[in-house]
Design a protein around this ligand. Structure first.
Ligand SMILES: *Cc1c(COP(=O)(O)O)cnc(C)c1O
Length: 429
């Protein structure tokens, strides 16, 4: 048998055939100035690199693995689906079932269109908002990430931010001139834009919990304030729930905060680990979409039977085990509390934001409630923290401006292991 290649060897080969050695920038570990670990497999709360080292995984594939990796119910659903063929380019029963389930669980939506990624979901939601209102302008928030489509790569968060390129080359100025940028948790900044562009703004799009500048909770009244402003100015409110959907609660952020959105986008969790996205709204809006209406959007592999099987299995499991939500929230709350105590013991300036099963330690002495606050973090210190935790078997997001994700598979024992690791790492910061 051949000797297995090491992460280092694989990365050297990858750099020759993949830009930066990866297929998505954050995986390259550049924000922490390290070489990535190549992953061979994952199970429950653990991922294992090609060297065979196991890590407690707090990335969870950036959110989808809310039940932990390789969950038997999802794996078996996928195995059954695979036996019947991988793709037909024709309607299938599971597409109807998953849409029915989503409509049942998510408030204020009557219809669903499945796509293949979060990027596609948001891009299509924006087209729908523009098509339905006959308006061109959109308002997004600085530091919020909505995928890599042209008009949303303005002031984008996540790895677009960590890479120091807040926007992208290759996006024509003409395409982004309709994208207006407001400040998260600052309603005045939104109202000023709506007022200055009266009758021209199709939608306000927001991550209801900003999770791509690190985790920043919406201030009390911020989301309901957006609802009020959108109603006042005739703009649609789009919740990008690619992270928060089926994570904050079964009904997502709309249910969690009790605020109604007009269009909701999903990704990550709804695919159970397969590439799936969706946009959803009430019937009148969704019937603007082709073939019912004039807003064109299509997808050769959309609603793919194997992907639908994974998504349906995951959402069904969550529906029948709603206690998971309080469990994972409890765990995140515990970690946040323990990390705060450790930081205080060791005199480390860190501010921990937590909501539901999401959390972020920001290496800054001030509390973080805006994008400007988040940007004030010491990314060098984050990199040292990341390296120290990795060495102790804890796999975190390789960048300050990302979230830590909890899953149902993280046991108390593993949380304690994480606390002990953080204790040692904070002591050495
Ligand atoms: C990840 C993410 C996206 C993009 O989803 P992809 O599947 O990576 O295209 C969009 N919006 C939010 C809020 C995200 O976190």
């Amino acid at each position: 048998m051949n000797r297995h290649k090491t992460s280092q060897e694989l990365f050297a080969e990858a750099l020759k055939v993949l830009p930066g050695g990866v297929n998505s920038p954050v995986r390259a570990f550049r924000a922490v100035d390290m070489a990535p670990r190549f992953i061979a497999r994952a199970n429950g709360p653990y991922i294992y690199d090609v060297e065979g080292r196991g890590y407690i995984d707090y990335v969870c594939s950036w959110g989808p693995m809310i039940l932990g990796h390789n969950h038997p119910v999802i794996r078996e659903a996928v195995e059954r689906a695979v036996k019947d063929g991988l793709s037909f380019g024709a309607p299938t029963e599971r597409e109807v079932e998953i849409a029915q389930l989503m409509v049942e669980l998510v408030p204020n939506i009557d219809m669903v269109r499945m796509v293949n990624s979060g990027t596609e979901a948001v891009m299509s939601a924006i087209r729908l908002a523009r098509g339905a209102t006959g308006r061109d302008k959109i308002i997004k928030f600085e530091g919020c990430y909505h995928g890599h489509s042209d008009c949303l790569l303005v002031g984008a968060g996540s790895s677009a931010l960590a890479g120091g390129h807040p926007t992208s080359a290759g996006v024509p100025q003409d395409v982004v001139r309709h994208t207006l940028t407001a400040q998260f948790n600052d309603l005045d900044s939104v109202e000023r834009l709506l007022e200055a562009n009266r009758g021209e703004v199709a939608c306000v799009i927001v991550e209801p919990v900003a999770a791509n500048m690190g985790v920043v909770n919406p201030a009390p009244g911020f989301l309901s304030g957006l609802r009020t402003l959108c109603d006042k100015y005739g703009a649609l409110l789009v919740f990008d729930e690619v992270i928060t959907g089926f994570r904050l609660a079964l009904g997502g952020a709309q249910a969690y905060f009790g605020v109604r959105a007009d269009i909701v986008t999903f990704g990550k969790i709804i695919g159970g680990g397969m590439p799936v996205g969706a946009y959803c709204a009430r019937r009148e809006l969704m019937e603007e979409v082709a073939p019912c209406g004039p807003v064109y959007q299509a997808g050769t592999l959309s609603g793919n039977p194997v992907a639908m099987a994974a998504g349906l299995a995951q959402l069904s499991w969550l529906k029948s085990h709603p206690e998971i939500y309080s469990m994972i929230e409890e765990k995140a709350l515990w970690l946040a509390r323990e990390f705060r105590a450790l930081a205080e013991n060791h005199g480390v300036a860190v501010s921990i934001n937590q909501i539901g099963s999401l959390l972020s330690p920001f290496f800054t002495p001030s509390s973080v409630s805006t994008f400007v606050d988040a940007k004030g973090s010491d990314v060098g210190m984050y990199a040292r923290y990341f390296a120290g935790m990795l060495e102790r078997g804890v796999y975190l997001a390789p960048a300050q401006f990302e979230a830590m994700f909890l899953s149902a598979a993280h046991t108390e024992e593993l949380l304690e292991h994480t606390r002990v690791a953080a204790d040692e790492v904070f002591a050495a910061l």
